[in-house]
Design a protein around this ligand. Structure first.
Ligand SMILES: [Zn+2]
Length: 153
């Protein structure tokens, strides 16, 4: 699979099941969300890791080979601290609230309360919001889209 993968079926079974429960719950709550990325190849992760660490031509060489769109100079900033991601192998999913009235459009700058509501709905469905944890993308703040399967207590 090249480029950004958004397929639920490529996630590990228990995580796919939790995500299915979450999407159903969001539908019932009238709280639309966008799946940003599910399983991620190491080729894509390598391109993400190079971003902000290598010159733009090197980064875009990796991105092109990985099936990703090419960046502009101002976009060449660090987006991950992980050489190896839990996405690889289908162990993580990135989720974002949807812009009201714009199906499929991620609401990246949604207010904190919207992100917090999404995180609360997800955790009720067995997804662990890693916003305060791994910080693999988008820093460690409340606007981090990264979720994994909640560990057994
Ligand atoms: Zn992630």
């Amino acid at each position: 699979m090249m480029g950004v993968n958004r397929s639920i079926d490529s996630l590990q079974g228990p995580l796919a099941a939790a995500l299915g429960r979450f999407l159903k719950f969001c539908g019932e709550e009238g709280f639309p969300v966008v799946i940003i990325e599910t399983d991620r190849s190491q080729v894509v992760q390598n391109a993400y890791y190079a971003q902000g660490r290598e010159p733009l031509d090197v980064v875009n060489g990796l991105r092109g080979a990985a099936g990703l769109y090419l960046l502009k100079e101002r976009e060449n900033t660090v987006v991950t601290n992980a050489r190896v991601s839990n996405h690889t192998g289908g162990g993580a999913v990135d989720l974002c609230p949807e812009i009201p009235g714009k199906p499929g459009y991620p609401w990246w700058n949604a207010p904190e309360e919207v992100w917090v509501k999404m995180g609360a709905l997800a955790e009720e469905c067995g997804l662990d919001w890693c916003a305060g944890g791994y910080g693999q993308t988008w820093g460690k703040g409340w606007d981090n889209p990264h979720f994994e399967l909640m560990k057994e207590a």
